[in-house]
Ligand binder design. Structure first.
Ligand code: UT7
Length: 342
């Protein structure tokens, strides 16, 4: 049996799943490339050429900004968009790897903040792929008939795990949250057409967060590396991303029996503008179908794809009836897709 199978086949339910609302939240503070030029040996030109980032948003803990707060505001915005009350949610999933606590989960704290008193709540950790993983899980719970309305939040506060003296990493990442509310629909055509959840744990040491000395890979120079700061083999992740990104799009299209031009929007993890461009070129995707906001928000890990989706929806560019593909990849290593008939 293929665990990544789509929705078609005998026994398909007579109802569908729709994305009823979306929302996002980013911190107020902008950290520009020119600000970073004063902090590390880098230049605006290098950062723009290599990553496409011009500025990113960074939480200010003194102003009360945190992972929990971004998540709360994003799901509140998504509920407003869906014209729903938090009490109507029967599950809340928060995809994050930068929560302020693991016990309790961020999701439990957020559900308390919004008054989702009828909802179960849990966190899901799949790094940058987290939101797309969670979207698939939420969809399938509704399709299975056990849930009717699920809130899905993707959020990362990358500034809390970065070393701002490490120029290779601090230039890339930012903080953001995005959310979607999924509901049961009486139109059985609405929902996921195909999707994949992938992982390759053998590549864990290319992107990891060491909390204790034993968390470093064998042979690592512990004198140079810092605990509690993200470690990334950028070149290796870059190669992985370029190869997997394209293959993932292709297998997701194939599974649904669609061609690249039949997709209205590609909502992609904003890893690096060059990685996005490589996928655009491989499939001949016109730029208006692959939204890029990395210039303004950097790479916000699990926050990036839902932030893009919420912004597209707010601009009126994504609508019911369209076909949208979510794609993400990141630490784990993980990579995932979710192709929707909205
Ligand atoms: O979100 C999912 C996970 N993450 C990603 O998808 C990120 C994937 N990787 C990347 O996006 C890229 O690898 C980076 C943007 C992180 C780095 O770009 P790169 O083109 O791979 O640079 P590099 O690490 O190969 O470094 C090239 C040179 C090096 O100098 P030498 O050894 O050639 O003299 C670096 O020391 O650039 C130097 N360098 C910098 N120079 C100016 C590295 N960082 C900087 C910097 N400013 N900030």
């Amino acid at each position: 049996m293929n665990a990544n199978a789509g929705k078609s086949g005998a026994g398909s339910p007579s109802f569908g799943v729709r994305i009823a609302g979306a929302g996002s939240c980013v911190p107020e503070k902008r950290l520009t490339n020119h600000d970073l030029e004063k902090m590390v040996d880098t230049s605006d030109e290098w950062i723009v050429q290599r990553t496409g980032v011009r500025e990113r948003r960074i939480c200010d803990p003194e102003k009360g900004e945190s992972n929990r707060v971004l998540c709360t505001r994003a799901i509140e915005a998504a509920l407003r968009d869906a014209r729903m009350d938090a009490t109507e949610l029967d599950l809340l999933i928060v995809a994050t790897c930068t929560g302020e606590s693991t016990v309790p989960s961020v999701a439990c704290r957020v559900s308390d903040n919004i008054g989702a008193v009828n909802a179960g709540a849990f966190d899901l950790v799949a790094a940058c792929s987290g939101f797309v993983y969670a979207l698939n899980v939420a969809h399938d719970l509704i399709r299975a008939g056990s849930h009717r309305a699920v809130g899905v939040v993707g959020c990362d506060v990358m500034s809390s795990i970065l070393d701002y003296s490490d120029r290779a990493l601090c230039i890339l990442f930012g903080d953001a949250a995005g959310a979607a509310v999924l509901r049961i629909s009486d139109n059985p055509e609405q929902g996921i057409l195909s999707r994949f959840l992938h992982a390759d744990g053998a590549g864990w040491h290319d992107l990891y967060l060491p909390r204790r000395p034993v968390d470093f890979p064998d042979g690592a120079d512990q004198e140079k590396l810092k605990l509690n700061c993200l470690q990334m083999n950028g070149r290796q992740i870059y190669k992985f991303a370029v190869a997997r990104f394209g293959d993932l799009i292709q297998e997701t299209l194939d599974k649904a029996g669609l061609t690249a031009d039949q997709v209205d929007h590609y909502v992609c993890h904003q890893s690096n503008a060059r990685i996005l461009e490589s996928a655009r070129e491989r499939f001949g995707i016109p730029s208006e179908k692959l939204y890029v906001n990395i210039d303004k928000f950097g790479n916000s890990s699990a926050g990036s794809a839902p932030l893009c989706f919420a912004q597209l929806r707010e601009m009126g560019r994504v609508k019911d009836g369209q076909v949208v593909m979510f794609v993400a990849f990141g630490a784990g290593l993980t990579w995932a897709s979710s192709l929707w008939q909205l």
